[in-house]
Design a protein around this ligand. Structure first.
Ligand code: URA
Length: 188
């Protein structure tokens, strides 16, 4: 079975998953992009816009994320964008249980795509992928190796929009990503 079909199967599982839906609403947002991506962006949970369309990062934070991606010479269609939590949480912020359950689907997506680089957008992404809370204000810009993948820690774009000082750091971290791409032979 090819990667696209496997990802479509995971998306279908997410669509039917009662645990994923508990305490949440809207359409499922499994993620989108290139099944063969070398770079994967992991966020937190869909917002209202995303839950209406079923696509990740299409609201205000998505605009910033997508412009930062193209700003370093990547094409949106070459990367994969997702979040550990696949539905809009009723309370806005996902619970620890939501993140813990989200790992089930996220890890399967990671296994299929097998990216070389994962960009962790904020603490929820760090908890989901690295398994521990991370002080993003202190740790951003750092790269952590996990199972042969390089995980770059940065801010969630929503934090970068809310606080001007974080926006500068967020964009600087994309500079780190640009330099990482020079060392990692990617399929772009
Ligand atoms: N924020 C996220 O973390 N994920 C989305 O898909 C949209 C906004």
């Amino acid at each position: 079975m090819d990667k696209r079909t496997k990802l479509a199967e995971i998306a279908e599982e997410i669509r039917k998953c009662r645990k994923c839906k508990a305490g949440k609403s809207g359409l499922s947002v499994p993620g989108e992009g290139n099944p063969d991506a070398d770079i994967m962006f992991v966020g937190e949970a869909p917002g209202k816009e995303e839950a209406k369309c079923g696509r990740p990062f299409i609201g205000r934070s998505g605009k910033l994320l997508r412009s930062a991606i193209t700003g370093i010479g990547l094409k949106e269609e070459d990367v994969f964008i997702t979040s550990p939590v696949k539905y809009l949480p009723d309370r806005g912020t996902p619970t620890d249980e939501d993140i813990f359950h989200g790992q089930v689907h996220l890890f399967r997506q990671l296994e299929v795509i097998s990216p070389k680089i994962i960009v962790l957008l904020g603490n929820t992404a760090c908890v989901a992928v690295l398994g521990n809370k991370t002080a993003v204000t202190r740790e951003h810009g750092k790269v952590i190796e996990k199972d042969g993948m390089k995980c770059l820690i940065t801010f969630h774009p929503a934090a970068a929009i809310r606080f001007q000082k974080f926006k500068g750091s967020f964009l600087e971290d994309f500079g780190v990503l640009r330099r990482m791409l020079q060392d990692v032979p990617t399929k772009r």
